[in-house]
Write a protein that binds this ligand. Structure first.
Ligand code: ATP
Ligand code: MG
Length: 398
């Protein structure tokens, strides 16, 4: 049995190892643990993951991504009109208000449903699993975002069945993350706050746990807060330094692009290093910009954004009518929770260390694997884990 995590940006496949009780996130032939959730149609062929990304620039209208945002969801024509400008591919609505994409050469257009995009990714991941395990792969456990309603879950299942997989269970991402930390079997844990801060979005879920049963009590989030915003702040700062030094406005698109790439790189380094040396050749000034930036400076230019992470946490607590000291465990998920200052702000807020031992990008995949192990009766201890249906609705911060 395999488990599948389908991200907006990346999808991963893992397997529960009955012998050790561990979960292994599987690597494909090229050594990638997760593949971009991108599917492209080219010369009658279907490309997935890195292969699809590699040709995206030359084939944007036939390279589909973000299908997860459309799967199993009804859109009004107005809602779709606000989405369309963000994508280089053609998006249409059927009579039922469901989305489909139109791809292919003009003389041979075909319609592709979001669940078919999911199925193509799943087939690739299934092949990875088959190659790793040298056995057939027919059953799976999947994770979906906390706010997915039944129809979105059902269409996600449909993606799996199109790929020839039987779905044993669908669990929510925060529940999976909590399970990655073994919180379904830990004594005296009744309430868990899961904070997922990725590249562009913040999602917070307050889970109640009892006897291995999870219940989502409240959800809140900010769809416009994440690592990209921190990069943007850093880039603006570096740009202002360059402009002051050179006494002119930096507008060269290639220089700006170089600065953008460096900002992401520098941000990642500042997670482990206190100080980072920057060196970027600029064509507009015909010189190399050199600068030494401290973690402190990075934190300073982002502090108001970092503090915004606490907003949906407070809203979720309010919604659940709970206080922060009633939270037994805090779980951090998503790449941006690696930023030391963010960990510190969250830790200080709750007055306790958040759980960070599991790789924040793989925690959901691990948790889904644990669920698969429990369902397969392979878990070494007698534990159960069940997710109860919830009526909680996500509260958005704008
Ligand atoms: N070591 C690090 N330090 C700081 N930020 C990091 C680090 N590693 C990854 N990130 C950031 O994490 C973000 C990606 O996280 P993740 O993979 O969880 O996002 P995602 O799930 O694709 O996005 P979203 O959940 O917003 O749709 C990127 O902005 C990346 O820069
Ligand atoms: Mg994410």
């Amino acid at each position: 049995m395999v488990e599948w995590t389908n991200g907006t940006t990346y999808s991963c496949v893992g397997v529960f190892l009955a012998g050790t009780g561990e979960v292994e996130v599987l690597k494909d032939a090229k050594g990638h643990k997760c593949i971009p959730s991108v599917v492209a149609f080219k010369d009658g062929r279907v490309l997935t993951g890195y292969e699809a990304v590699a040709q995206a620039d030359h084939n944007p209208s036939n390279t589909l991504y973000d299908a997860k945002r459309f799967i199993g969801k009804k859109f009004s024509p107005e809602e779709l009109n606000t989405e369309r400008p963000r994508y280089p591919f053609k998006i249409q609505l059927d009579d039922e208000g469901m989305v489909y994409f139109v791809v292919g050469p003009p003389n041979n257009l075909t319609n592709v449903r979001p669940e078919e995009v999911g199925a193509h990714l799943l087939r690739t991941l299934r092949q990875t699993a088959i190659a790793n395990l040298s056995s057939s792969v027919t059953k799976t456990v999947m994770s979906v975002p906390a706010e997915f309603v039944d129809m979105q879950k059902n269409f996600t299942k449909k993606a799996a069945s199109l790929a020839g997989l039987e779905v044993l269970r669908v669990i929510s991402e925060p529940t999976a993350a909590a399970m990655a930390y073994g919180l379904h079997k830990k004594q005296n844990v009744q309430s868990v706050m899961v904070v997922d801060l990725g590249g562009g979005t913040l999602d917070v879920s307050l889970l109640m746990v009892q006897g291995g049963m999870f219940f989502t009590q409240a959800m809140a989030g900010n769809n416009h807060l994440g690592g990209q915003d921190f990069n943007q702040r850093l880039m603006s700062f570096l740009r202002s330094v360059i402009e002051k030094e050179s006494n002119r406005v930096l507008t060269d698109p290639e220089d700006l692009q170089a600065l953008r790439l460096v900002s992401e790189e520098v941000k990642l380094k500042l997670t482990t290093d206190e100080q980072v040396e920057i060196s970027v050749p600029l064509q507009s000034t015909k010189s190399t910009f050199k600068y030494s930036i401290s973690r402190e400076k990075f934190e300073e230019v982002n502090l108001d954004l970092f503090k915004k992470v606490l907003q949906p946490i407070e809203m979720a607590l309010q919604e659940a009518e709970m206080s922060k000291n009633q939270i037994d465990e805090v779980v951090l998920v998503g790449g941006s929770t690696r930023v030391p200052k963010i960990r510190q702000l969250i830790g200080d807020y709750f007055g306790k260390e958040p759980n960070t031992a599991v790789d924040p990008e793989l925690a959901v995949a691990f948790g889904v694997g644990i669920q698969a192990g429990i369902l397969g009766g392979m878990w070494p201890l007698q534990v159960s884990a069940i997710e109860l249906p919830t009526n909680a609705r996500k509260i958005h911060v704008y």
